[in-house]
Design a protein around this ligand. Structure first.
Ligand SMILES: Cc1cc2nc3c(=O)[nH]c(=O)nc-3n(C[C@H](O)[C@H](O)[C@H](O)COP(=O)(O)OP(=O)(O)OC[C@H]3O[C@@H](n4cnc5c(N)ncnc54)[C@H](O)[C@@H]3O)c2cc1C
Length: 400
């Protein structure tokens, strides 16, 4: 890519910052525009699986991740009522051996700050909302809500599930309500409580599941509590909720879940939306990344991880190809099949986690036990193929 190529990134979330950090590392010029007046992230946790951690390491940010992250012992499936272990996938120590990187739990604000440390602040403009983009013969133009515009050789929409860039390229299409809503909360603790084990725990119940794990180096527990819901009538996609509402929704679940929920202070409930995989992400010198391209259910914990992988692979394709069209072709050829599979398998996990009939639950749990006995890394949530991937390895197309 010629050294005077300039990239405009719309959106300063995890995906936009990962791309900016990867471009910074390769010396490619970029500007990032974020609509919020302040950079930051919601108060929630995020699981950084080995595939994402390989990119974090390649960006030179692994030491920072070790400082803010928590290394879980195992990923455990549990019965919602009895707490009985349905499967156990050892993580600590094993992930390095099997997948070449660790598995971390991290607070989103810490992850955001970490990625930001790889980006030059003078390349970021805050309070700049993209209204639309136009593709022209010599580049793309970002048109802002305040009337300003910015021209670049490439425009990347990293502006999330309701992406304005996507709408400009492919027309307005509502995201699909998936039939799930969830509560998110982070509960601080002075010391690790005895009713939350140091694992990523998936509590599976009829028509819902709860995921709990430590963040902030073990000083807080992140909760994601999902329930099936036929309609999500509110216009806003996240709403303040209360501890009482959460406790009522999960009445009858295991006492350890009740104890944890009783300590919840602030909590929000969210409608979970996704979209079908897209046939292409680019139009001329404009492309998409992260949730703008492939919003997915969080049931394999991969939305942010995929956005991080996208950012790294797009920066490398731009660095290693003579023109933007070739770079975008290589980027899409690598990223679309992988993100498509993760999107579709995340939907499927929702069905298996939430089986309501006792017979179906019995058959699922029996198969968990058998698979766990044969190979715990290929049982449970069956995510080994996600974790094995290494976005930092040179793809065959470039190695030729
Ligand atoms: C309950 C739940 C749990 C999850 N858990 C995990 C997990 O454990 N692991 C994981 O990998 N993923 C997880 N995810 C998914 C993950 O949160 C998302 O996939 C990820 O945040 C997507 O990053 P992004 O940068 O593409 O988009 P976003 O995070 O949505 O960022 C988009 C950015 O663009 C900005 N923006 C939007 N519109 C404009 C505009 N018009 N102009 C300028 N800026 C704009 C926004 O302000 C924002 O800063 C979870 C999601 C949910 C809902």
């Amino acid at each position: 890519m010629s050294s005077d190529c300039r990239v405009a990134i719309v959106g300063g979330g995890i995906g936009g910052l990962a791309l900016a950090a990867a471009l910074e590392q390769r010396g490619v010029d970029y500007r990032l525009f974020e609509r919020s007046a302040q950079l930051g992230e919601i108060g929630a946790g995020v699981q950084m699986t080995p595939n994402a951690v390989k990119v974090i390491r390649a960006l030179g940010l692994l030491d920072g991740m070790k400082n803010v992250g928590f290394l879980p012992e195992s990923l455990i499936g549990r019965n919602w009522k009895s707490g009985k272990t349905l499967f156990r996938m050892p993580l600590r120590g094993e992930c390095e051996r099997l997948y070449g990187a660790s598995f971390f739990h991290v607070h989103r604000a810490d992850l955001h700050e970490l990625l930001l440390s790889g980006v030059r602040r003078d390349r970021i403009t805050l309070g700049k909302a993209c209204a639309r983009v136009t593709a022209e013969s010599d580049g793309g133009v970002v048109h802002f809500a305040d009337g300003d515009s910015f021209r670049a050789d490439l425009v990347v929409g990293a502006d999330g599930i309701h992406s304005a860039v996507r709408k400009s390229l492919f027309g307005a299409q509502q995201a699909r309500f998936t039939g799930h809503m969830c509560w998110r909360a982070v509960v601080p603790f002075d010391a690790m409580p005895d009713f939350v084990t140091p694992d990523s725990s998936f509590w599976m119940g009829p028509n819902g599941h709860v995921v709990t794990y430590y963040v902030k180096g073990g000083r807080a527990v992140n909760i994601v509590a999902v329930l099936e819901s036929r309609d999500w009538v509110e216009e806003s996609w996240n709403l303040p909720s209360t501890r009482e509402e959460l406790l009522t929704a999960f009445r009858g679940w295991h006492p350890n879940i009740q104890k944890l929920f009783q300590r919840v202070g602030t909590t929000f409930k969210w409608g979970l939306f996704d979209r079908d995989p897209m046939e292409n992400w680019s139009a001329g010198p404009v492309t998409l990344l992260g949730d703008a391209a492939h919003p997915m259910l969080p049931f394999l914990s991969q939305g942010a991880a995929m956005a991080i992988e996208d950012g790294y692979e797009l920066a490398r394709a731009l660095d290693q190809n003579a023109d933007i069209a070739s770079a975008l072709r290589i980027y899409e050829e690598s990223r679309r099949p992988r993100t498509r599979r993760v999107q579709l398998e995340s939907r499927e996990r929702g069905r298996t986690y939430h089986l309501a009939s006792p017979l179906e639950q019995f058959m699922r749990d029996f198969s968990y036990r058998v698979r766990n006995f044969i190979n715990p890394h290929k049982g449970g949530i069956k995510a080994n193929w996600v974790y094995e991937y290494d976005a930092t390895a040179t793809p065959a197309a470039l190695a030729a």
